[in-house]
Design a protein around this ligand. Structure first.
Ligand code: SF4
Length: 341
């Protein structure tokens, strides 16, 4: 027979089902540096300054940076995102090129249509463009280590005539590469790659082509390198790690991979709190958090708040580098007179 006591028993599957229970503890290790890099700050500032100086609408070709939250907030302020310049109906309005850089054909088309174009390409991407141009001028064939289809890769390949650059994505590409005969080889890379993967690919290239000419200074940018270093430090110490960022953000995807390879059992890319899978993150003792270079800090704070509702959180910052990089705005937006009221 069932006793009155056992009838009152309720199956408890999770601590959160128990009323008035103390929240379990959670140690959050915040990676530093994380989030916005100097190139992203410059690109967003460029759109905002253009809106202040010239009013809405300001057209932006492609996502200014790979983050939906940033794009939506700029839309609310009057930015209009287009995929091609042909969608800009009014040549008197500013049109801004994104931080990832564009093929030469894009500013050429803007010139032809006499558009008011402002280039917000990150200076560190422009540096790669210039390197590729110099190699080409010196008669070298260029190998670009990067991911097909990424806007930065499209922009870099588009600096030179078709055939001048070969894209290398994998070690297999290195093994099967048949470069044009009689030309010296040089390589450049996408700025947001995995430092470790790229090292492997470059070593394989150098083994096959000992005369390969390397960049004077690493093409993978300081922000990508620093964020990956911080994740490498934190990942082995935590039960799970969240990368705040967009699925189409290359540097965010690389951070997730770096965390997994550094020994973190669970590493997920999360754009907003509604994407947190609580069946995975609901019963952990420690959590690492970082953010891709295009993810604003407000989204990191939102994620911490979501965990604080379920856990007694203790937040500690783990810093592996100081960053003080700053890029001035594109020339058209510096010291420009404000639009008449
Ligand atoms: S991730 Fe690096 S290259 Fe890309 S915008 Fe930021 S600083 Fe520039």
């Amino acid at each position: 027979m069932t006793s009155p006591l056992s009838r009152r028993k309720k199956t408890v599957s999770h601590w959160s089902d128990i009323p008035f229970v103390t929240k379990p503890p959670l140690d959050i290790l915040l990676c530093a540096p994380r989030g916005f890099c100097a190139g992203v700050v410059r690109a967003i500032d460029a759109v905002e300054k253009a809106l202040i100086l010239h009013g809405a609408p300001v057209y932006v070709r492609h996502e200014i940076v790979h983050n939906k939250y940033v794009v939506e907030s700029l839309k609310r302020k009057g930015a209009v995102f287009v995929s091609e310049l042909s969608q800009v109906p009014d040549a008197t309005r500013p049109v801004i090129f994104s931080a990832h850089g564009v093929a030469k054909s894009v500013p050429a088309e803007a010139d032809e249509r006499k558009l008011f174009a402002i280039d917000a390409t990150c200076p560190l991407v422009t540096k790669v463009h210039r390197e590729a141009e110099v190699h080409h001028k010196r008669g070298r064939h260029i190998l670009l280590v990067g991911h097909a289809g990424h806007p930065e890769v499209i922009g870099t390949m588009g600096q030179l005539p078709p055939g001048a650059i070969t894209l290398i994505e994998t070690l297999d590409d290195v093994a099967t590469l048949e470069p044009p005969a009689g030309k010296p080889l040089a390589f450049v890379t996408q700025t947001t790659l995995s430092v470790d993967d790229t090292r492997g690919i470059v070593e394989a290239l150098q083994q096959r082509f000992p005369e390969l000419i390397a960049p004077h200074k690493e093409d993978i940018c300081y922000a990508t390198t620093n964020r990956q270093e911080a994740v490498k430090r934190v990942a082995p110490q935590v039960d799970a790690l969240i990368v705040v960022g967009s699925p189409n953000s290359s540097n965010s995807q690389r951070l997730r991979e770096v965390a997994e390879r550094a020994g973190c059992p669970v590493a997920r890319l999360v754009l907003r709190t509604d994407e947190i899978d609580w069946s995975v993150f609901g019963a952990i003792g420690s959590l690492g958090i970082t953010a891709g270079a295009s993810a604003p800090e407000v989204l990191v704070e939102e994620i911490i708040d979501a965990f604080a509702e379920r856990y007694e959180v203790r937040v500690e910052t783990v810093s592996t580098a100081d960053e003080n990089v700053f890029f001035p705005l594109p020339r058209e937006l510096r010291d420009a007179p404000a639009a008449a009221e």
